[in-house]
Ligand binder design. Structure first.
Ligand code: ZN
Ligand code: ZN
Length: 88
């Protein structure tokens, strides 16, 4: 089956994370990590970004915005936990 015309959303295959595959149900695209550095991909949030070495160390590579969001969300959770503990 030929790959659809779309930006691939990558997901690591196996524990070593050397090979990545597209999560699209109709797409059978796979690629090795070394050949993905600098390539365009789509993030799970829908925005387009360029894969870099750091993104490819993750099981699900993410765009810069999502990487930042995760950190800020962590702060929000911490604040709410603090509120619970302190009973504010
Ligand atoms: Zn694909
Ligand atoms: Zn994203």
């Amino acid at each position: 089956m030929p790959a659809k015309d779309h930006m691939h959303i990558y997901h690591a295959v196996g524990k070593d994370r050397i090979q990545f595959m597209c999560i699209d149900a109709d797409c059978s695209h796979t690629q090795v990590r070394n050949l993905l550095i600098g390539k365009r991909a789509q993030c799970v949030c829908g925005s387009e970004y360029k894969l870099d070495y750091y993104a490819l160390t993750r099981k699900v590579p993410k765009c810069f915005v999502c990487r930042k969001e995760k950190r800020s969300k962590g702060r929000v959770v911490k604040a709410s936990v603090m509120k619970e503990i302190l009973g504010v």
